[in-house]
Ligand binder design. Structure first.
Ligand code: GRF
Length: 193
């Protein structure tokens, strides 16, 4: 196989539940043989995403908070699995600059709101949906964006919206937003590869 035809190796970085990580793994197993999830990186040894990866036969490596900023720990792992592309999916640590510059244009994140609304420090998971409901938004959604040195500020690649009604709670919003994530994130990654 020549380089141009080489199957692209994706690393998914995740910290917790891993519904997106699992969905991305399954998508490339089923629908896109041009790429595969070759590695999951997680910072918490007890995170459910580790079991999800292992049950699908994807190697997972735990890199703790104090190790992620250390090139001599992170880069050998990235190199060992010959990673071409990085998808962040609920990864709660700041991505170090050395990784961002090495993967310029090849590292993306999904955020559970319509950025620039409800982004920035402290805006993750349930906090986002609570803020959306508290400010009586009539719509919310997902944003898939390039990762830059500034949190949630890389250029936007894709957004998708859902309506929020006065009856919605943070839980119902979270469920609807997760449905959007599951429907779109793998396709967007596939289109970028
Ligand atoms: C998702 O809502 C994603 O948008 C955000 O973190 C959450 C991760 O959920 N960045 P899961 O771990 O993939 O279930």
């Amino acid at each position: 196989m020549t380089d141009g035809n080489k199957v692209k190796n994706i690393a998914v970085f995740a910290s917790g539940n891993g519904s997106n990580a699992e969905n991305i793994i399954r998508y490339f197993l089923k629908h896109d043989s041009q790429a595969k999830v070759a590695l999951v990186i997680c910072n918490r040894p007890d995170a459910p995403v580790l079991k999800r990866a292992s049950s699908l036969g994807v190697p997972a490596v735990v890199i703790r908070k104090d190790e992620i900023c250390c090139p001599s720990i992170l880069m050998p792992v990235i190199d060992r699995y010959e990673i071409d592309f990085i998808a962040l999916a609920g990864f709660l640590l700041v991505i170090p600059d050395f990784l961002i510059s090495r993967f310029k244009g090849r590292i993306v994140n999904i955020h559970p709101s319509l950025l620039p609304k409800f982004g920035g420090k402290g805006m993750y998971g349930r906090h986002v949906h609570e803020a959306v409901v508290a400010s009586a938004e009539t719509e919310t959604g997902i944003t898939i964006h390039h990762v830059s040195e500034r949190y949630d500020e890389g250029s936007i690649i894709f957004q998708s919206k859902i309506a929020v009604s006065p009856e919605d709670t943070p839980d119902t919003v979270a469920r609807k937003v997760n449905e959007l994530e599951i429907a779109h994130y793998p396709h967007v990654i596939s289109g970028l590869l």
